[in-house]
Design a binder for this molecule. Sequence first.
Ligand SMILES: [Zn+2]
Length: 250
Amino acid sequence: MSTESIYRGEITVIFHGALTDFFKSKSESCTIQFQLREKTSLKHIIEALGVPHPEVGKILVNQQEADLTFHPLPGDLIHIYPGQLDQQTSTDNCPKFILDNHLGKLTAYLRLLGIDAGYNPKFEDADIAQIAAEQGRIVLTRDRGLLKRKVIQRGYCVRADNPLSQLDEVTRQFQLASYFKPFTRCPRCNGLLERVAKEAILQHLLPLTRQYYNEFSRCSQCGQIYWKGSHYDRIKPIIQRFAIINNEEK
Ligand SMILES: [Zn+2]
């Protein structure tokens, strides 16, 4: 028997929890028989079945823990569990994200709530992957292909279509509510906002704004000026929404 042929045969792969979302399965787990044709890593097998590797947590092969580099043999029984929160967020710090260019609205919502959310509609997949790796950002995307890139360690495939539902989903997934700091970050560019005295920006204000508003912030990065009229009205329903969700969870 050649060394390669020992890798030919059937394995059983069972996906658990949120990973079953990738199979439109309504049950708690999803069992798949997979035909091995050659020496193949678990990463390759899992992604061939449509599950992006950054969402994978614990792996058990015949009751023994294994990682994505493991090469299974025919007859192996493999349980794959979703990644836990502590694998995604290492410390008490708020997680930082980078979003693909289909998630512009979700990006703006996260920034409005003060979450560090990198985004640029001109970014290619390779840029996103590289920035995520260099800056320790979690990739948020609806494109499983992007998450399959090896360089991406932490990422999440957003399930919902609607931007507000996506915000709910990501907030729950990463337990972001306790990190929310509304009015601290620029929704246009992700820069931090600084309080600025009205006198310092008078020349940039329209007459009615000058007349009715006294509290202003300015983006430290792009210089955009915000006051409670524009910024606040936009964000208020979102804050109220999360105040309700938080109370439900307590
Ligand atoms: Zn800005």
